[in-house]
Write a protein that binds this ligand. Structure first.
Ligand code: ADP
Ligand code: F6P
Length: 322
């Protein structure tokens, strides 16, 4: 292997630049040439490529976002789009591709490896943390902290005004951000797709808390919860028990900001390991951190095995909510 490429794809997250930095500097350390692909698979199809030197990643480890930018590209799901990407890779003499992204991006990496014979390694990066094969995905720890900062601020005004707040967090179809930020925030209830939501049960808890003197509450809702989004859930609760309710949707705040230390370290370790594995001839695989050890798994793990969520976190949150 003499030359590899790196790209960021799909939803961005804090830590991507720390990961790009590790891939670039590790590659150079190993004597490889490394190029960056702008805007994910779209840039690969459009040959939007730049050479990367050690200085290209100076001063980026703490920056959110991605210096390579990212994209969601439906065209790449077509053979025509994939052929364009293949032609870029071959014409530039790229011998391996590192794809930093979520499960959708891993499907793209898998296709390039299996159908187009381009050795690829995936690095899990999504705030959703819904990728089997790694205890944590890059971006998750930072998103939890951002959501928690929001919850703590809401706690101040909820307490001042004796209000019920419904706080919606991201996660697409997973509840990891809601569960972790909810437990850390000491909220009264956490509604996630992985656990059936019973709004009558939620209302009983709120009423019980009020009878025990609780004058304000916070409920965290994962955006994919089957009971609806925060506004729908707020309206249903208001109809049932007439609370004065306010709704806060944290949205894309959770996708930005400076990566926390845990994300920087995870990104650095996985980025460096991805280069090593490509050089060893590993391909069609994803790198992950499991019980603090670097592991490698087939890319298809990312979508064929749903990542387990620990509902023990939920039960603990309910015991301690008081
Ligand atoms: P994430 O990687 O964060 O899950 P997406 O689901 O948007 O984000 O996937 C990112 C990109 O990966 C898509 O825009 C598309 O270009 C590519 N992709 C997703 N699924 C496939 C697929 N089945 N085959 C080929 N490319 C895919
Ligand atoms: O996958 C990351 C994520 O932030 C999800 O949590 C969220 O549902 C989705 O991306 C939002 O997509 P977009 O950035 O395209 O609005």
């Amino acid at each position: 292997m003499e030359k590899l490429a790196v790209l960021t794809s799909g939803g961005d997250c804090p830590g991507l630049n720390a990961c790009i930095r590790a891939v670039v500097r590790k590659s150079i350390h190993e004597g490889l040439k490394v190029v960056g692909v702008r805007r994910g698979f779209a840039g690969l199809m459009e040959r939007d490529i730049l050479n990367l030197e050690s200085s290209s990643v100076s001063g980026v480890i703490h920056q959110g976002g991605t210096i390579l930018r990212t994209a969601r590209s439906p065209l790449f799901k077509t053979k025509e789009g994939q052929k364009k990407a293949f032609e870029t890779v071959k014409s530039l003499g790229i011998q391996g591709l590192i794809v930093i992204g979520g499960d959708g991006s891993f499907r793209g990496a898998y296709t390039l490896d299996k159908d187009w014979d381009i050795p690829t390694i995936g690095i899990p990066a999504t705030i959703d943390n819904d990728i089997t094969g790694s205890d944590f995905a890059i971006g998750f720890a930072s998103a939890v902290n951002t959501a928690l900062e929001g919850i703590d601020r809401i706690r101040d005004t909820a307490t001042s005004h004796d209000r019920l707040f419904i706080v919606e967090v991201m996660g697409r179809a997973s509840g990891f951000i809601a569960l972790w930020a909810g437990l850390a925030g000491g909220v009264e209830d956490i509604l996630i797709p992985e656990r059936k939501t019973d709004l009558d049960e939620v209302c009983q808890k709120l009423e019980k808390g009020r009878q025990e003197g609780k004058t304000s509450s916070i409920i965290v809702v994962a955006e994919g919860d089957e009971a609806g989004d925060a506004f729908e859930i707020g309206n249903k609760i208001k109809k049932k028990i007439g609370y004065e309710i306010r709704v806060v949707v944290l949205g894309h705040l959770q996708r930005g900001g400076s990566p926390v230390a845990l994300d920087r370290i995870l990104a650095t370790r996985l980025g460096s390991a991805a280069v090593d594995f490509l050089m060893e001839g590993q391909r069609g695989k994803m790198v992950g951190l499991v019980s603090d050890k670097i592991k490698i798994f087939p890319l298809e793990y990312a979508w064929k095995k749903k990542k387990e969520i620990d509902l023990g976190f939920y039960h603990l949150s309910q015991i301690l909510a008081g």
